[in-house]
Design a protein. Sequence first.
Length: 412
Amino acid sequence: MRLPRSVLFGVGQRRAIGKVTASLGRRALICTDARLAADPAFRTMLADLEEAGVETHVYDQTQPDLPVESILECVEQVRGFTADVVLGIGGGSCMDLSKVVAVLLAHGGGISDYYGEFKVPGPVLPLVAVPTTSGTGSEVTPVAVVSDNALGAKVGIASPYLIPMAAICDPELTITCPKGLTACSGSDAMTHAVEAFTALARPIDAMLTQDHVFVGKNGLSDHFARLAVKSVWDSLKAGYDDGSNMVAREQLMLGSLAAGCAFGVAGTAAAHALQYPVGNLTHTAHGDGVAALLPYVMQFNRPAAVPAFAALARVVGLGSPDDNEDVLSQLFIDGIADLFASVGIPTSLRQLGLAEDMQDYVAENGLKAQRLIKNNPRPLDLDAMRSITAAAYAGDRSLLLDRVNLNFQKAE
């Protein structure tokens, strides 16, 4: 496992932000967005930091999907401040911004110097992550994703040095999330958990953690993935229907946190790889994209993941004691699709706004995300990616059944 030094979870934990930050530094750069910067809860956190003796500089212009330009603007704005700790307060883009800026302030260079795995040469400025949505899990993960318009793609920066020193997870901070954001972020967390639980397990050797940031599933990541699946399954619709339901809000945040712990080790797979080009083309939310794709990816992966899907079906209480794994695995795929549809997640790539003639582009460019493709439980080639994309565009999982039944061999 690779995790933060400390995780504070529960209602009211945001009030620890001053003392936690003061233990790491005295000059804090805060990365957030304009909406959150105007929130009374944010101003209270600033007061807590001041009371703890921490001087702050607030950058509140974080943009969705984190374009490179936003990162460069933040770095330029803070050059004269000499920060010694960086806080990401907000959704995934705010936390990812804090990670990338912490890298650049510590090591200089250009953002693209760090694209890929293990490109960060050493420790970065200490990071404190305070999520205000329940979805990305970025508060505990070794990855940040940026949008590089020059490349026309979203790109990942993956390094253990990006894991925050402290994660402060207070579900009260999610109480103002609107329905759409609750659905999108919660479905993102479920996708993280499912892909982590079904990721390939790699043979253990002395260099595994030195050669891979995502090392494949193991017993500990599976524990967090099961917790995440159960927590999100039980709370997503309730939190969507009633945003003031604190039981649901707490369970959603727990699910997001646990999913981050799971995929920060095991990695994500084909749904995330395909979402990179889909998101770039449609400019739709990341969570909507991966969740729209997940049932199709699961259907394709089913022959290689029947026991895993069946185990998750039992975790959430689907089926009867007499059902075999084959039945349970399909029940779980259908259940995920139904859950996402119940909270308004798009059910096809067409609904996301993808042009029909861009399906091959998505398949080809999704295959380039090898740090994700290598985690998929069933081998992926261009033909496989095209079959998933075609089914997801049509909104018809049955298009994958013939391929599954006729072409899958255990030798794969």
